[in-house]
Ligand binder design. Structure first.
Ligand code: DON
Length: 306
């Protein structure tokens, strides 16, 4: 190993934990509002099976939008390139829950990682899978090599109660013909997928194949073709942090994905995967400490895709 990752992770962790913890825990999902803002975990896993964890890396949290990577992969594997007729691959430059571009773009979301795009992915899941909820859990259980991954139905229903904006988005896309199923069924699947709970350790394990050309690092079996894997990584780099994707790329320089539960997963292709969790979010909805940690990490390791 070129770097002593364990030492670098420990020293950045100590520095950040004693520094400022700015931002807010989102309160529009009431079940998530009471989480302790001191939670902070990091899990590193490389392709040589070296792994290091720090802090709350074995505690489950709500992965929220990070799940959009997994639902996209499931649909992309099944539908192939036809998928891109229903959702584009351009950074939106707008908030993750914005509706503003949908009218000009005829109900085609800019990318699969904003809420509108993830709703279209859920709509396709309802079309192609008999039981999309099971399909999703089975896929994540397989890639995380962990059986105990589930939805948190309390989180899903608490979000649904306040989900007026997502409902508006889904109905609006239906009016353009880009939602085929009943909006309430699409929203129910979407909220369940967002409510999946995993640890930093589970997430690093689940995403390691994306840093391995799409092959399962354990047995070298193909989970996703190398061409599709490249494209998922590209969308993570350009769209994984909503209207802060440029900033993440600029400061960190790795493909990644965040969620409003405070998690961020990032990949150094052909080397490793690293996940950070800290619940307080900056104004763009990305973990304040997570962004800071990963910026410091790539600065100290000297490793990024650029
Ligand atoms: O639909 C929502 O608003 C949430 N379930 C997911 C949003 C999310 O994680 C975006 N992240 N920054």
């Amino acid at each position: 190993m070129k770097n002593n990752y364990q030492q670098i992770i420990s020293s950045i962790y100590s520095e950040i934990v004693s520094g400022e913890n700015l931002g807010e825990i989102p309160n529009y999902i009431s079940e998530l509002a009471n989480i302790s803002d001191h939670k902070f975990g990091v899990a590193f896993l490389d392709l040589n099976n070296n792994s290091f964890g720090k802090g709350d890396f074995q505690e489950k949290f709500s992965i929220q939008s990070i799940s959009k990577v997994f639902s996209l992969i499931l649909v992309y594997k099944n539908l192939g390139e036809k998928l891109w007729k229903r959702v584009d691959v351009e950074p939106s430059g707008n908030a993750f829950n914005s509706l503003v571009q949908l009218e000009a773009d005829n109900g085609i979301p800019r990318n699969p990682f904003i809420n509108a795009g993830a709703l279209v992915i859920c709509d396709i899941m309802l079309e192609i899978f008999e039981n999309p909820k099971n399909e999703m859990l089975n896929f994540i259980r397989e890639i995380s090599q962990h059986e105990n991954i589930n939805f948190n139905t309390k989180v899903a229903s608490s979000e649904e109660k306040n989900g007026f904006r997502n409902a508006a988005m889904c109905n609006y896309m239906k009016s353009f013909g880009n939602i085929k199923n009943k909006p309430e069924d699409v929203l129910d699947l979407y909220y369940h997928i967002c409510s999946i709970e995993m640890t930093c350790e589970n997430l690093s394990k689940s995403c390691l194949f994306l840093a391995n050309g799409g092959k399962n690092p354990k047995n070298n079996e193909t989970i996703l073709s190398s061409s599709k894997t490249k494209r998922i990584n590209a969308i993570m780099l350009t769209c994984g942090f909503y209207d802060e994707s440029g900033e993440f790329s600029f400061r960190v320089g790795l493909p990644g994905k965040s969620g409003v539960g405070g998690g961020i997963v990032a990949l150094f292709p052909y080397h490793y995967c690293i996940t950070v969790w800290s619940p307080k979010l900056n104004l763009k909805g990305n973990s304040f400490r997570g962004m800071k940690f990963l910026e410091e990490f790539t600065t100290q390791t000297g490793e990024s895709i650029f």
